[in-house]
Design a protein around this ligand. Structure first.
Ligand code: ACM
Length: 777
């Protein structure tokens, strides 16, 4: 029932692929004359690439040669990936010779080369990809696929070249969270293909959490039967016709899991399942209350945050968990099983006589020791099944078996400490590799956590801490990006959040640190985007769009316009309404425009606009309006700013608001109030669906002065003087919004920091600002 806002971020865009002159000659010389060889543009950058004189042209008639099952599989995968990018399938030949693409599996590699290493040679006589393990051969095929997709639909002229390549790290990971929002098997497979084409090799599957249990366990069908469904908060959880509760459900059957694991293995990706205990376990406890630490029945949660619900650590629960893991280890052939361990606030154990008695029984001095006891028991169980335990860095806070591996998420400190203690470590710090954080300051970003983690931030992350002693550095297994999905309701948004930032993770995971170069990476990205377009992979357009900042001079009827691009690609613009092209002026310094004005702009690379041109209509009225995004939150609003979406409609686009859930307050710095009679406020209302655990006392809404609270507008900042107060109604209008107007006191003038806030505890709802407009006298 809520009105959606326009959202351009995910609008489709078909790039015109650069058409290279075709050539049937496969021996080289004529091809060189007929078409220009590409300049290799690879992500991740290889260890070593040397070009030399001569070329080799590939087209639909080029044959693939492979001997033996493994090389033949790789040749077929190469051909299939070419087809997925719109090229014809390449035929194979059984006869070795010149003019071919040859996949060669050698008996042994050079001294010290790992199983993922390969070489790739292009000469005027043909192409040879060589490795001593199928994994390396596959990565060689991916590199060749990247080279060929630089052409047009499988037609390309390559320069003669030699590549020697192998990854820096053995763990190059990506975490998917189907617990908060579920991904269909087909979409998981799309992620797996995209990972493979970035040479990522580990998919961490976060299969259980407070909001849903997503893996079928035959012995405990209620885990998915009850734990697999929640009733979403607000309108999203109601049938719009009947008003009846409408559950959000999903889980993977064991057959589906086997299918995904096999699909991943064929692409040399290991799937690491996560069964999260003792916290993030509300869905499991809802299904089997005997697992819990309190007597109150629970339901799978429709809120986000940190919950107090922990499993107990009594023997029947440990047996239950062992039985679950018993099925899990049968489904996932990889070495690692993730047992979670994060954010397990201990209030329930502290208050439970049974858990206190259990602590004494097992010799645990603290509640954290009791968690350590659980981890130790699960580690023992897993090791008897030939598996290794991995958990979030909280598991370090108790005694930890030396074989346990630590995933460092609260920064790198946990990882540093763990490596020094001799544990293996995967680095996935939340401030560098969490892909649910927004990637640009654009108003076109989908919902998420608005602390920015830009592509540059992700690229700049170095997984091996400088202060880590040389002797312990081998414990850093690699890097992983995590994509939590509280705010990622659709697969389109998931792709937006993942790409292109996952390309940066891939380069850090693969390319030697000394070879990494941000400028080179950004120069290679436009080619990668063409590949994404060719295979139909979604990605964020926001890093490739222009941003605008305006400073208006109301009295003069002009505005100063600043254009920029988050990745510093040059921005070309027009002011006459026409489509900007490569020959339009490049933005270099702020423009003074007379209002009204139309500014159209796009960021360019390699002679192409990287996203459709943005159109900015600058009118005197627009200069008097600020959206929630443009205003920003109040300086003392606390740190839990979120970019949140409305709860309806059930399907389709929903309005999005930037709001601090500790204190709903927005500020327009230095608003010019000269000649302004009143202020119009458009507000929305969203569910307040957050569990803050020990952060709850930081929730600091201004007290209400009337039963339903007020809208307050202050001048001179939020500690300044009240300009207007308007009592709030019980509900918004039918469209989900509320329009209020507040007259300013006579004599209000000058530039002032305008603070707009909502008072009162209106839970389970929360008023949020959509925009404010200054109304001239
Ligand atoms: C986490 O982000 N709670 C691991």
């Amino acid at each position: 029932m809520k009105r959606p806002i326009a959202h351009r971020a995910l609008a489709g865009l078909a790039f015109a692929l650069l058409a290279l002159a075709g050539c049937k000659d496969r021996t080289g010389e004529a091809a060189a004359a007929a078409s220009t060889p590409i300049t290799p543009s690879l992500i991740p950058a290889p260890v070593d690439l040397q070009t030399s004189a001569g070329t080799f042209a590939i087209d639909g008639d080029t044959r693939l040669f492979a001997e033996g099952d493994a090389a033949t599989r790789v040749a077929q995968q190469f051909s299939a990936y070419l087809q997925s990018a719109g090229a014809p399938a390449l035929k194979t030949t059984r006869e070795d010779g010149k003019g071919l693409i040859r996949f060669v599996l050698e008996a042994a590699g050079a001294e010290g080369t790992g199983p993922e290493a390969y070489t790739l040679d292009v000469t005027p006589d043909g192409i040879t990809v060589k490795a001593h393990d199928e994994r390396g051969l596959f990565y060689g095929a991916v590199t060749l696929w990247q080279l060929v997709t630089q052409g047009d639909k499988g037609r390309v002229t390559l320069p003669a070249l030699h590549i020697e390549d192998a990854p820096r790290f053995t763990w190059r990971g990506f975490m998917l969270d189907p617990a908060r929002h579920f991904q269909q098997v087909e979409d998981v497979k799309k992620v797996i293909d995209a990972m493979a084409l970035h040479k990522l090799n580990t998919l961490h599957w976060h299969l259980t959490d407070d909001q849903g249990w997503r893996i079928e366990i035959k012995q405990y069908p209620k885990l998915t039967g009850i734990g697999g469904c929640r009733i979403p908060a607000g309108d999203g959880g109601k049938d719009p016709k009947t008003g009846e509760p409408r559950p959000y459900c999903g889980f993977y059957t064991q057959d589906q899991i086997r299918d995904v694991v096999k699909y991943a293995a064929e692409r040399h990706i290991t799937v690491v399942p996560e069964i999260n205990v003792p916290g993030h376990a509300t869905a499991a406890i809802s299904a089997y209350p005997e697992l819990g630490s309190i007597d109150t029945p629970l339901v799978p949660s429709n809120e986000w945050g940190v919950f107090p619900n922990l499993v107990n650590v009594e023997e029947p629960t440990i047996t239950f968990l062992e039985n679950v893991l018993g099925e899990v280890v049968q489904l996932f052939p990889g070495t690692y099983v993730h047992i979670g361990g994060d954010e397990a606030v201990k209030d329930q154990w502290e208050a439970s006589a049974r858990e206190q008695a259990r602590m004494r029984q097992v010799g645990a001095k603290t509640e954290m020791d009791l968690q350590g006891y659980l981890v130790e028991r699960l580690e023992k169980y897993l090791s008897t099944h030939g598996k290794r335990l991995i958990g979030w860095d909280e598991i370090l806070e108790a005694k930890l078996p030396p074989e346990a591996t630590v995933m460092s998420w609260r920064g790198i400190e946990g990882g540093l400490q763990a490596a020094r203690q001799g544990h293996d470590v995967v680095m996935s710090p939340s401030n560098k590799t969490y892909l649910d954080y927004l990637q640009t300051a654009s108003p076109n970003e989908p919902p998420g956590r608005p602390a920015l983690i830009t592509l540059q931030d992700v690229y700049g992350f170095e997984p091996v801490p400088a202060e880590l002693e040389e002797s312990q550095r081998h414990h850093i297994l690699g890097i992983q990006a995590n994509l939590w999905t509280e705010h990622t309701r659709t697969f389109a948004r998931l792709q937006h959040n993942a790409f292109p930032r996952l390309a940066a993770v891939a380069e850090t995971g693969w390319t030697p640190a000394a070879k990494k170069d941000l400028a080179s990476f950004i120069a290679r990205l436009p080619t990668q985007l063409k590949r994404y377009d060719a295979i139909g992979l979604g990605y964020a357009k926001t890093p490739f769009e222009p941003l605008i900042a305006t400073e208006d001079n109301r009295k003069a009827g002009t505005a100063k316009v600043t254009l920029s691009n988050p990745l510093d690609y040059p921005v070309h613009y027009t002011t006459d309404g026409s489509e900007p092209t490569q020959t339009s002026p490049t933005f270099a310094a702020p423009l003074d425009v007379k209002l009204p004005a139309t500014v159209r702009a796009a960021a360019f690379a390699d002679g192409r606009a990287l996203a459709p041109a943005s159109t900015f209509e600058l009118t005197p009225a627009a200069m008097l309006t600020r959206t929630d995004e443009a205003m920003g939150v109040c300086p003392d609003a606390g740190r839990l700013l979120l970019r949140l979406e409305d709860d309806g409609p059930l399907e389709g686009e929903r309005a999005i608001f930037n709001a601090t859930i500790f204190y709903p307050c927005w500020q327009w710095n230095q608003a010019d109030l000269d000649g302004i009679a009143s202020i119009k406020v458009r507000a929305g209302r969203i569910p307040y669906y957050f569990q803050l655990a020990h952060d709850e006392p930081n929730r600091n809404f201004e007290p209400a002065k009337s039963p339903l609270g007020e809208l307050e507008i202050l001048g001179g900042g939020c500690k300044g003087h009240t300009l207007a107060t308007v009592a709030l109604p019980a509900a918004p209008n039918a469209d989900g919004f509320l329009d209020l107007e507040a007259a300013l006191p006579a004599g209000t003038t000058g530039k002032q920091d305008l603070c707009v806030r909502f008072t009162g505890d209106t839970r389970p709802q929360m008023w949020v600002l959509d925009r404010i407009t200054l109304q001239p006298r």
